[in-house]
Write a protein that binds this ligand. Structure first.
Ligand code: FAD
Length: 489
């Protein structure tokens, strides 16, 4: 610990965001980092406490507490304070190959588990992480380091999201020849086509992919091995192991009257096409300009839709959430160092509150029906309030509240209600067993599916999760593949 009294002397500070009026005019990142002299003090706030839960990544009450990647957080905090940037970078990269992604988009379970956060604002761990890696890129310290030694084994990784990239990264470092097959036209999975540019600039993704290419990984885009029998057979024959990092890509649908009307879209399609049109510089996207937008789903995807609709110039936006609103403060049954289940005002809602003067979120609200116009386009929605009750078996379930219907005008509806696992054409093609949530079945740490030499990781295995978990699973799956191939010899 560089400065024993740091947490007493310095207050938490994070970089400022560009003003809302300015940032909604574009899709660029809007969060600025602190000046270096201030960031150093933030490193000094770490107490290097005896038991650093921030880096533990353990499950408490079914929720991850601390960093799933086991980042060496007290160490890099200390090295920031001591301005030992090179060693700080080394410590950071020891556990996390892509801190520029997590430093931007991670919800930071580490900060919920920070000891300082017991009675004052947590150490700004996420921002410290981002400062180290952004500075390293700026100073030209991040370079391709191809492996010195290659074995003669080949691995195919299917899918290029964070789990596929992490797996490829480590397998390549271990000396395997790695080919990545991606069905989209660009590499990155949801880092590219999911999380919007303002949270993660696509140049940040491309920059990392270029490094991986220079380290020797081959990437094939627009290639779906499950849609080409010959290619699939070749892949099965030619590679020593296959890692399926295909994500959880089946969006949850809404089974209500009027669902088939025009103007009701899956949020992921909306976000994907918006990003693609920005990258391709064309206007092939679903526009919310001057429209009343209804978003169904209160999670990250819903928030990204709010922010995108605001940038497109929507007339109004409402975000429905079927669950209760979270409390503002931790409840007694959610103590430190558990993940803090508290209400957050994320960037999309912040923008709506400032510009439209209301929080777009409506809790305990569901959809009854959509109503169309003479052209079969959605023109209104009937919402209904619900209450959450315990059933006879003690399970929490919801019940509609009679006469609580409301008719609202809508021109476009975006369904952001989560994902239901792997697409059938993938699992059927390899005869893969699925778990009871529709994800590819494979035990954690083993990552091996029921099919010979086929492994899986990330959202494809654990269901829709977080970038930090995808990276963790990708690395762990690479270790499992390496162990498996070692045993084959
Ligand atoms: P993915 O990122 O989904 O990548 C899977 C890849 O496999 C895709 O590129 C897909 O095209 C490809 N693929 C699928 N099938 C095939 C096939 N047959 N052949 C070839 N390629 C195939 N997490 C956070 O931590 N922070 C956030 O802010 C955040 N925001 C999110 C916003 C949105 C809109 C969404 C949907 C998710 C968000 N998440 C966020 C979750 C996070 O993005 C995912 O948990 C993570 O990307 C999962 O990584 P993955 O590599 O397992 O899968």
């Amino acid at each position: 610990m560089g400065k024993p009294t740091g947490f007493l002397e310095f207050e938490r500070k994070v970089g400022i965001n560009d003003s809302i009026n300015e940032r909604i005019t574009h899709y660029k990142e809007f969060h600025n980092l602190l000046p270096e002299s201030e960031q150093i003090k933030q490193g000094a706030r770490c107490m290097d406490c005896g038991i650093p839960f921030c880096q533990s990544g353990i499950l408490i009450n079914g929720m991850a507490s601390g960093c799933p990647l086991n980042n060496l957080i007290p160490e890099f905090n200390d090295l920031i304070y001591k301005e030992n940037w090179d060693l700080g970078l080394q410590r950071l990269l020891k556990t996390n190959p892509f801190p520029e992604f997590t430093g931007r988009v991670c919800p930071a379970p580490c900060e919920s588990a920070c000891t300082v956060s017991i009675n004052s604002p947590a150490v700004s761990i996420k921002e410290n992480e981002r400062y180290i890696i952004d500075k390293a890129f700026k100073d030209g310290k991040i370079k391709a380091v191809p492996p010195k030694y290659r074995n003669n084994k080949k691995i195919a990784v299917i899918g290029s999201g964070p789990s596929g990239l992490a797996s490829s990264y480590l397998l390549n470092k271990l000396g395997y020849f790695v080919d990545v097959y991606e069905r989209e036209d660009r590499i990155g999975g949801l880092l590219m086509y999911g999380i919007p540019n303002m949270k993660l600039d696509k140049e940040v993704v491309n920059r990392r992919v270029d490094i991986l290419k220079n380290e020797g990984i081959n990437f094939f885009t627009n290639t779906d091995i499950f849609k080409d029998n010959q290619l699939k057979e070749n892949v099965l024959k030619d590679y020593d192991a296959i890692v399926l990092a295909t994500g959880s890509t089946k969006p949850r649908d809404l089974n209500v009257s009027g669902r088939n009307l025009k103007g009701i879209e899956f949020a992921i399609d909306y976000l994907k096409e918006n990003t693609r049109s920005l990258l391709n510089k064309n206007d092939k996207f679903i526009s919310c300009k001057n429209k009343n937008v209804l978003i169904i789903g209160g999670g990250d995807t819903g928030t990204d839709c709010v922010a995108t609709a605001m940038r497109q110039g929507c007339k109004s936006v409402i975000q429905l959430e079927i669950t209760n609103s979270l409390p503002k403060e931790r409840l007694s049954n959610n103590p430190w160092p558990e993940w803090s289940k508290t209400l957050k005002v994320d960037y999309g809602q912040e923008e709506c509150i400032e510009l439209f003067e209301y929080d777009p979120r409506r809790y305990c609200t569901s959809i009854k029906e959509f109503i169309g116009d003479e052209k079969d386009s959605v023109k209104s929605a009937i919402t209904i309030k619900v209450e959450w009750i315990k059933d006879r078996d003690g399970r929490t379930t919801f019940k509609e509240i009679p006469n609580s219907e409301e008719l609202i005008d809508v021109d476009i509806v975006l369904l952001a209600m989560g994902f239901l696992g792997t697409e059938e054409y993938i699992s059927n093609s390899f005869n893969l067993d699925l778990d009871n949530r529709g994800n590819i079945k494979a035990a954690y740490k083993e990552f091996k599916t029921n099919k010979d030499k086929v492994f899986t990781c990330g959202d494809a295995r654990r269901g829709q999760s977080l970038v930090v978990w995808a990276i963790k699973e990708g690395l762990e799956a690479a270790i499992a593949v390496n162990r498996y191939l070692d045993l084959q010899e």
